[in-house]
Design a protein around this ligand. Sequence first.
Ligand SMILES: [Zn+2]
Length: 72
Amino acid sequence: MKKVLAVFLILVFGGIFSAPPVFAENVIYNVETKKVHKVTCPHAQKCTKNCIKIDRKDAYNQGGKPCKTCGG
Ligand SMILES: [Zn+2]
């Protein structure tokens, strides 16, 4: 039974670590100041009016600049 468990664990963990990320990395982008924030950034959490959640690549393509607090 121990061998079966070991094979099972290899399959599970091997699957996790070899799988490519399935989600694009979202950031919070302030369309007014053009600041790019991590989703967890306190500024992003306070920003409700001019902020949108978009892909990091798109935010920088639109002229976004990294936030000084969270680094974008
Ligand atoms: Zn920030």
